[in-house]
Design a protein around this ligand. Structure first.
Ligand code: PLP
Ligand code: COI
Length: 364
Protein backbone atom coordinates (compact mmCIF):
# COMPACT_ATOMS: atom_id res chain seq x y z
CA UNK A 1 0.00 0.00 0.00
CA UNK A 2 1.38 3.41 -0.96
CA UNK A 3 0.53 6.47 1.10
CA UNK A 4 3.46 8.61 0.09
CA UNK A 5 4.79 10.26 -3.02
CA UNK A 6 7.97 12.30 -2.80
CA UNK A 7 8.32 15.83 -4.18
CA UNK A 8 11.88 16.96 -4.93
CA UNK A 9 13.54 20.21 -3.91
CA UNK A 10 17.07 20.12 -5.26
CA UNK A 11 19.94 21.73 -3.45
CA UNK A 12 21.22 24.79 -5.37
CA UNK A 13 24.84 24.04 -4.36
CA UNK A 14 25.40 20.25 -4.65
CA UNK A 15 28.87 18.84 -4.04
CA UNK A 16 31.14 19.09 -7.07
CA UNK A 17 32.26 15.97 -8.95
CA UNK A 18 35.74 16.56 -7.55
CA UNK A 19 34.49 16.71 -3.96
CA UNK A 20 32.48 13.49 -4.39
CA UNK A 21 35.46 11.74 -5.96
CA UNK A 22 37.58 12.87 -3.02
CA UNK A 23 35.05 11.41 -0.56
CA UNK A 24 34.70 8.20 -2.58
CA UNK A 25 38.47 7.77 -2.47
CA UNK A 26 38.33 7.53 1.33
CA UNK A 27 34.73 7.37 2.56
CA UNK A 28 35.27 5.99 6.09
CA UNK A 29 31.97 5.09 7.73
CA UNK A 30 29.17 7.50 8.58
CA UNK A 31 31.15 10.71 8.28
CA UNK A 32 30.10 12.14 4.90
CA UNK A 33 26.52 12.63 3.76
CA UNK A 34 24.93 13.11 0.37
CA UNK A 35 23.29 16.31 -0.87
CA UNK A 36 19.72 15.34 -0.02
CA UNK A 37 17.51 13.56 2.48
CA UNK A 38 13.96 12.27 2.62
CA UNK A 39 11.41 13.49 5.12
CA UNK A 40 7.77 12.60 5.73
CA UNK A 41 5.37 13.31 8.58
CA UNK A 42 2.77 11.17 10.29
CA UNK A 43 -0.03 12.41 12.48
CA UNK A 44 -2.49 10.33 14.41
CA UNK A 45 -5.41 11.97 12.65
CA UNK A 46 -3.98 12.27 9.16
CA UNK A 47 -1.61 9.31 8.68
CA UNK A 48 1.47 9.68 6.45
CA UNK A 49 1.86 12.79 4.31
CA UNK A 50 4.34 15.38 3.01
CA UNK A 51 6.87 13.00 1.47
CA UNK A 52 9.79 15.12 0.25
CA UNK A 53 13.34 14.92 -0.95
CA UNK A 54 15.01 18.09 0.36
CA UNK A 55 18.58 19.39 0.77
CA UNK A 56 20.48 17.55 3.53
CA UNK A 57 20.75 19.82 6.55
CA UNK A 58 19.72 20.52 10.15
CA UNK A 59 16.24 19.51 11.22
CA UNK A 60 14.11 21.57 13.54
CA UNK A 61 12.36 19.99 16.49
CA UNK A 62 11.03 21.66 19.60
CA UNK A 63 13.13 21.18 22.77
CA UNK A 64 10.06 19.40 24.12
CA UNK A 65 9.97 16.87 21.25
CA UNK A 66 9.22 13.50 22.85
CA UNK A 67 12.15 11.74 21.18
CA UNK A 68 14.65 13.95 23.03
CA UNK A 69 13.22 12.88 26.38
CA UNK A 70 11.83 9.38 25.99
CA UNK A 71 13.83 8.02 23.02
CA UNK A 72 10.83 6.95 20.97
CA UNK A 73 12.94 6.31 17.89
CA UNK A 74 13.78 3.47 15.49
CA UNK A 75 16.06 3.09 12.50
CA UNK A 76 17.27 0.77 9.76
CA UNK A 77 20.56 0.27 7.98
CA UNK A 78 21.07 -0.96 4.43
CA UNK A 79 23.34 -0.34 1.46
CA UNK A 80 23.08 0.63 -2.21
CA UNK A 81 25.59 -1.20 -4.40
CA UNK A 82 26.71 -0.15 -7.88
CA UNK A 83 27.03 -3.03 -10.35
CA UNK A 84 29.51 -3.20 -13.19
CA UNK A 85 26.89 -1.98 -15.73
CA UNK A 86 26.26 1.16 -13.66
CA UNK A 87 22.91 0.05 -12.21
CA UNK A 88 22.23 0.49 -8.48
CA UNK A 89 20.77 -2.24 -6.27
CA UNK A 90 19.94 -2.90 -2.67
CA UNK A 91 19.82 -6.13 -0.68
CA UNK A 92 16.60 -7.61 0.76
CA UNK A 93 14.90 -4.24 1.42
CA UNK A 94 11.61 -6.01 2.12
CA UNK A 95 13.30 -7.62 5.14
CA UNK A 96 14.40 -4.20 6.40
CA UNK A 97 10.87 -2.88 5.82
CA UNK A 98 9.42 -5.79 7.81
CA UNK A 99 11.93 -5.26 10.62
CA UNK A 100 11.17 -1.55 10.72
CA UNK A 101 7.47 -2.41 11.04
CA UNK A 102 8.29 -4.79 13.93
CA UNK A 103 10.44 -2.13 15.60
CA UNK A 104 7.63 0.41 15.08
CA UNK A 105 5.13 -1.86 16.82
CA UNK A 106 7.47 -2.36 19.78
CA UNK A 107 8.13 1.39 20.15
CA UNK A 108 4.46 2.29 19.43
CA UNK A 109 5.46 4.24 16.34
CA UNK A 110 3.38 4.14 13.13
CA UNK A 111 4.25 1.49 10.56
CA UNK A 112 5.42 2.61 7.16
CA UNK A 113 4.38 0.24 4.37
CA UNK A 114 6.96 -1.79 2.44
CA UNK A 115 6.03 0.15 -0.71
CA UNK A 116 6.57 3.54 0.96
CA UNK A 117 9.77 2.34 2.64
CA UNK A 118 11.29 1.16 -0.65
CA UNK A 119 9.78 4.20 -2.41
CA UNK A 120 11.63 6.50 0.00
CA UNK A 121 14.97 4.79 -0.73
CA UNK A 122 14.33 5.04 -4.48
CA UNK A 123 13.38 8.71 -4.20
CA UNK A 124 16.65 9.56 -2.44
CA UNK A 125 18.92 7.40 -4.57
CA UNK A 126 17.37 8.79 -7.76
CA UNK A 127 18.38 12.33 -6.77
CA UNK A 128 21.74 11.41 -5.21
CA UNK A 129 22.68 8.60 -7.62
CA UNK A 130 26.11 10.07 -8.29
CA UNK A 131 26.91 9.47 -4.63
CA UNK A 132 26.75 5.68 -5.04
CA UNK A 133 30.44 4.78 -5.30
CA UNK A 134 31.70 3.40 -8.64
CA UNK A 135 31.95 -0.37 -9.20
CA UNK A 136 35.70 -0.59 -8.88
CA UNK A 137 35.96 -3.94 -7.10
CA UNK A 138 36.30 -2.26 -3.70
CA UNK A 139 33.72 -2.69 -0.97
CA UNK A 140 32.42 0.84 -1.18
CA UNK A 141 28.68 1.39 -1.11
CA UNK A 142 26.13 4.04 -0.22
CA UNK A 143 24.88 3.34 3.30
CA UNK A 144 21.17 4.18 3.65
CA UNK A 145 19.82 5.10 7.06
CA UNK A 146 16.01 5.30 7.31
CA UNK A 147 14.84 6.45 10.75
CA UNK A 148 11.67 7.54 12.51
CA UNK A 149 11.19 9.57 15.67
CA UNK A 150 8.57 11.13 17.94
CA UNK A 151 8.64 14.78 16.85
CA UNK A 152 5.55 15.83 18.81
CA UNK A 153 6.24 18.61 21.32
CA UNK A 154 4.74 17.04 24.41
CA UNK A 155 6.21 15.92 27.71
CA UNK A 156 3.54 13.48 28.86
CA UNK A 157 4.65 9.88 28.57
CA UNK A 158 2.48 8.30 25.87
CA UNK A 159 2.94 7.33 22.21
CA UNK A 160 3.50 10.49 20.15
CA UNK A 161 0.74 11.80 17.93
CA UNK A 162 3.22 13.33 15.50
CA UNK A 163 6.15 11.40 14.07
CA UNK A 164 8.81 12.20 11.48
CA UNK A 165 10.35 9.69 9.06
CA UNK A 166 13.58 10.44 7.29
CA UNK A 167 16.25 8.79 5.17
CA UNK A 168 19.84 9.99 4.93
CA UNK A 169 22.67 8.44 2.93
CA UNK A 170 26.40 8.18 3.49
CA UNK A 171 29.15 6.80 1.23
CA UNK A 172 30.70 3.91 3.14
CA UNK A 173 33.92 1.97 3.11
CA UNK A 174 34.76 -0.78 5.62
CA UNK A 175 33.27 -0.30 9.10
CA UNK A 176 36.53 -1.44 10.69
CA UNK A 177 39.62 0.39 9.47
CA UNK A 178 41.72 -2.80 9.81
CA UNK A 179 39.79 -4.55 6.98
CA UNK A 180 40.04 -8.30 7.50
CA UNK A 181 42.20 -8.01 10.59
CA UNK A 182 40.27 -9.87 13.31
CA UNK A 183 38.57 -7.67 15.91
CA UNK A 184 39.23 -8.30 19.60
CA UNK A 185 36.14 -8.70 21.73
CA UNK A 186 35.45 -7.92 25.36
CA UNK A 187 32.81 -9.72 27.42
CA UNK A 188 30.62 -7.07 28.97
CA UNK A 189 29.70 -8.51 32.37
CA UNK A 190 28.64 -5.38 34.20
CA UNK A 191 26.49 -3.96 31.44
CA UNK A 192 23.70 -5.69 29.56
CA UNK A 193 22.49 -4.30 26.25
CA UNK A 194 18.93 -5.60 26.53
CA UNK A 195 16.83 -7.88 28.70
CA UNK A 196 13.81 -10.17 28.53
CA UNK A 197 10.70 -8.28 27.47
CA UNK A 198 12.78 -5.19 26.62
CA UNK A 199 13.57 -3.68 23.24
CA UNK A 200 16.59 -5.80 22.25
CA UNK A 201 14.89 -7.27 19.19
CA UNK A 202 13.89 -3.82 17.92
CA UNK A 203 16.30 -1.55 16.10
CA UNK A 204 15.87 1.46 18.38
CA UNK A 205 18.39 4.05 19.49
CA UNK A 206 18.08 3.14 23.17
CA UNK A 207 19.71 -0.26 22.60
CA UNK A 208 22.78 1.45 21.19
CA UNK A 209 22.89 4.00 24.02
CA UNK A 210 22.84 1.15 26.53
CA UNK A 211 25.63 -0.67 24.68
CA UNK A 212 28.08 2.22 24.93
CA UNK A 213 29.29 1.70 28.51
CA UNK A 214 30.17 -1.96 27.76
CA UNK A 215 31.76 -0.90 24.49
CA UNK A 216 33.86 1.73 26.26
CA UNK A 217 34.93 -0.78 28.90
CA UNK A 218 36.06 -3.04 26.05
CA UNK A 219 38.08 -0.28 24.43
CA UNK A 220 39.70 0.52 27.77
CA UNK A 221 40.73 -3.13 27.90
CA UNK A 222 42.36 -3.07 24.48
CA UNK A 223 39.39 -4.53 22.55
CA UNK A 224 37.40 -3.27 19.54
CA UNK A 225 33.87 -4.31 20.49
CA UNK A 226 31.91 -5.73 23.42
CA UNK A 227 30.04 -9.06 23.43
CA UNK A 228 26.78 -8.90 25.32
CA UNK A 229 25.43 -11.88 27.24
CA UNK A 230 21.86 -12.69 28.24
CA UNK A 231 21.11 -10.37 31.13
CA UNK A 232 19.35 -12.94 33.33
CA UNK A 233 21.99 -15.68 33.65
CA UNK A 234 25.01 -14.09 31.93
CA UNK A 235 25.69 -17.57 30.57
CA UNK A 236 24.67 -17.27 26.94
CA UNK A 237 26.12 -15.21 24.11
CA UNK A 238 23.71 -12.73 22.55
CA UNK A 239 25.47 -10.40 20.08
CA UNK A 240 27.72 -7.36 19.72
CA UNK A 241 26.47 -3.78 19.95
CA UNK A 242 25.85 -3.67 16.20
CA UNK A 243 26.53 -7.16 14.82
CA UNK A 244 25.51 -10.81 15.16
CA UNK A 245 28.02 -13.60 15.80
CA UNK A 246 28.84 -16.94 14.15
CA UNK A 247 31.06 -19.86 15.22
CA UNK A 248 32.38 -22.53 12.86
CA UNK A 249 33.31 -25.91 14.31
CA UNK A 250 35.84 -28.38 12.94
CA UNK A 251 32.99 -30.60 11.72
CA UNK A 252 31.46 -27.73 9.70
CA UNK A 253 28.64 -26.67 11.94
CA UNK A 254 27.98 -22.96 11.54
CA UNK A 255 26.47 -21.92 14.85
CA UNK A 256 24.78 -18.64 15.75
CA UNK A 257 22.94 -17.72 18.96
CA UNK A 258 19.21 -18.40 18.56
CA UNK A 259 16.83 -15.44 18.57
CA UNK A 260 16.16 -14.90 22.24
CA UNK A 261 13.79 -11.94 22.04
CA UNK A 262 16.62 -9.63 23.04
CA UNK A 263 18.84 -10.13 19.95
CA UNK A 264 18.40 -8.17 16.74
CA UNK A 265 17.37 -10.47 13.89
CA UNK A 266 20.09 -9.49 11.45
CA UNK A 267 19.38 -9.72 7.73
CA UNK A 268 23.02 -10.62 7.13
CA UNK A 269 22.63 -13.35 9.79
CA UNK A 270 19.58 -14.87 8.13
CA UNK A 271 21.24 -14.65 4.69
CA UNK A 272 24.32 -16.48 6.00
CA UNK A 273 22.15 -19.22 7.51
CA UNK A 274 20.73 -19.77 4.00
CA UNK A 275 24.07 -19.52 2.18
CA UNK A 276 25.64 -22.00 4.61
CA UNK A 277 23.82 -24.88 2.90
CA UNK A 278 25.38 -23.97 -0.49
CA UNK A 279 28.80 -24.14 1.15
CA UNK A 280 28.21 -27.60 2.67
CA UNK A 281 27.97 -26.19 6.18
CA UNK A 282 25.30 -27.16 8.69
CA UNK A 283 23.57 -24.01 9.97
CA UNK A 284 22.65 -24.23 13.64
CA UNK A 285 20.65 -21.73 15.71
CA UNK A 286 20.85 -22.53 19.39
CA UNK A 287 21.78 -21.12 22.76
CA UNK A 288 25.55 -20.72 22.84
CA UNK A 289 27.09 -20.76 26.33
CA UNK A 290 29.95 -18.27 26.68
CA UNK A 291 31.85 -21.11 28.37
CA UNK A 292 32.06 -22.89 24.99
CA UNK A 293 33.91 -19.92 23.57
CA UNK A 294 36.14 -19.58 26.61
CA UNK A 295 36.99 -23.30 26.29
CA UNK A 296 37.30 -23.15 22.50
CA UNK A 297 34.85 -25.98 21.97
CA UNK A 298 31.21 -25.95 20.92
CA UNK A 299 30.00 -29.46 20.10
CA UNK A 300 33.44 -29.79 18.45
CA UNK A 301 36.44 -27.46 18.30
CA UNK A 302 35.72 -23.87 17.31
CA UNK A 303 37.96 -23.12 14.34
CA UNK A 304 36.60 -19.77 13.10
CA UNK A 305 34.54 -16.94 14.57
CA UNK A 306 33.07 -13.93 12.78
CA UNK A 307 30.69 -11.04 13.32
CA UNK A 308 28.21 -9.89 10.69
CA UNK A 309 25.94 -7.00 9.85
CA UNK A 310 25.16 -4.55 7.08
CA UNK A 311 27.82 -2.06 8.13
CA UNK A 312 30.42 -4.64 9.17
CA UNK A 313 29.61 -7.15 6.36
CA UNK A 314 31.55 -10.15 7.74
CA UNK A 315 34.40 -9.35 10.08
CA UNK A 316 36.72 -12.00 11.52
CA UNK A 317 36.82 -12.16 15.31
CA UNK A 318 40.09 -12.79 17.10
CA UNK A 319 40.93 -12.85 20.79
CA UNK A 320 38.23 -12.80 23.47
CA UNK A 321 38.99 -11.03 26.75
CA UNK A 322 37.11 -10.69 30.00
CA UNK A 323 37.87 -9.39 33.47
CA UNK A 324 40.56 -11.79 34.63
CA UNK A 325 41.06 -13.92 31.52
CA UNK A 326 41.27 -14.35 27.77
CA UNK A 327 40.78 -16.96 25.06
CA UNK A 328 43.20 -16.98 22.14
CA UNK A 329 42.27 -16.08 18.56
CA UNK A 330 41.36 -18.86 16.15
CA UNK A 331 41.23 -18.68 12.37
CA UNK A 332 44.45 -16.83 11.52
CA UNK A 333 45.47 -13.19 10.98
CA UNK A 334 43.05 -12.52 8.09
CA UNK A 335 40.09 -14.60 9.26
CA UNK A 336 39.55 -18.27 8.49
CA UNK A 337 39.07 -19.76 5.04
CA UNK A 338 35.34 -20.38 5.51
CA UNK A 339 34.79 -16.87 6.93
CA UNK A 340 36.42 -15.43 3.83
CA UNK A 341 34.45 -17.74 1.50
CA UNK A 342 31.11 -16.73 3.05
CA UNK A 343 32.11 -13.08 2.89
CA UNK A 344 33.04 -13.36 -0.78
CA UNK A 345 29.84 -15.23 -1.64
CA UNK A 346 27.72 -12.54 -0.01
CA UNK A 347 29.63 -9.63 -1.56
CA UNK A 348 29.54 -11.25 -5.02
CA UNK A 349 25.73 -11.42 -4.82
CA UNK A 350 25.43 -7.86 -3.52
CA UNK A 351 27.72 -6.42 -6.21
CA UNK A 352 26.10 -8.44 -9.00
CA UNK A 353 29.14 -10.63 -9.66
CA UNK A 354 27.29 -13.86 -8.83
CA UNK A 355 23.82 -15.06 -9.74
CA UNK A 356 21.13 -13.76 -7.40
CA UNK A 357 19.31 -17.11 -7.33
CA UNK A 358 17.21 -16.20 -4.29
CA UNK A 359 15.96 -12.88 -5.64
CA UNK A 360 17.59 -10.92 -2.84
CA UNK A 361 18.44 -7.83 -4.92
CA UNK A 362 16.07 -4.96 -5.70
CA UNK A 363 16.95 -2.33 -8.28
CA UNK A 364 16.75 1.21 -6.94
N1 PLP B 1 22.73 -6.66 15.75
C1 PLP B 1 22.68 -5.34 15.98
C2 PLP B 1 22.52 -4.86 17.37
C3 PLP B 1 22.77 -4.44 14.90
O1 PLP B 1 22.74 -3.12 15.09
C4 PLP B 1 22.94 -4.94 13.59
C5 PLP B 1 23.06 -4.03 12.45
O2 PLP B 1 22.13 -3.62 11.86
C6 PLP B 1 22.95 -6.33 13.41
C7 PLP B 1 22.86 -7.15 14.51
C8 PLP B 1 23.04 -6.91 12.05
O3 PLP B 1 21.84 -6.69 11.33
P1 PLP B 1 21.82 -6.60 9.77
O4 PLP B 1 22.54 -7.79 9.27
O5 PLP B 1 20.38 -6.61 9.40
O6 PLP B 1 22.50 -5.33 9.40
C1 COI C 1 24.14 -1.57 10.49
O1 COI C 1 24.93 -2.48 10.28
O2 COI C 1 23.40 -1.14 9.60
C2 COI C 1 23.99 -0.97 11.81
O3 COI C 1 23.02 -0.32 12.06
C3 COI C 1 25.01 -1.18 12.82
C4 COI C 1 25.73 0.03 13.26
C5 COI C 1 26.89 -0.46 14.08
C6 COI C 1 26.22 0.93 12.19
Amino acid sequence: MTDLSFSVERRPDPASDERRAQIHANPGFGVHFTDHMVTATWTKDGGWRDGKVVPYGPIQVMPSAAVLHYAQEIFEGMKAYRHEDGSVWTFRPEANAARMARSARRLTLPEISEADFIGSLRALVEVDEAWVPPADGSEASLYLRPFMYASEAFLGVRPANEVTYSVIASPAGPYFAGGLKPVKLWISQDYARAGAGGTGAAKCGGNYASSLAGQLEGIENGCDQAVFLDSASQEYIEELGGMNLFFLTRDNELITPELSGSILEGITRSSILELAKDLDLTPVERKVPIQEWKDGTASGDIVEIFACGTAAVITPVGELRWAGGSAPAVGGPEGGEVTRAIRQTLLDIQYGRAEDSRGWLTRL
